[in-house]
Design a protein. Sequence first.
Length: 134
Amino acid sequence: MTSAKPSVLFVCVHNAGRSQMAAGFLRDIGGDRVEVRSAGSMPAEQINPIAVEAMAELGIDITGEQPKVLTTEAVQDSDVVITMGCGDACPFFPGKRYEDWKLDDPAGQGIDSVRPIRDEIRGRIETLVGELLG
């Protein structure tokens, strides 16, 4: 890691669902011990309201987040880059840890379909926190 505090960037196409839920979980579980970023290759206008609802069910508020455009700087400034279906849109830099999480896209789905996606993300975040923070 490049600093005492590891930094993680979550990337998906619209930065409205999966990456926002992952960032919300990492902020909640990792607290101030991890720097958290999220971005999209083609950001949406707003966060998916069903993703917001699914996270609120677990007491995690992501309503204040906005979809952000993926920048080269965000990738360069992160120790771990986790992509969620953005394909080749994510720039690659040697020395970074990259993971591609194959997750269903919650866009256009109801709450019953989004909950399992949310829960899978939570499990992956718990594993990631264990790896990063021991």
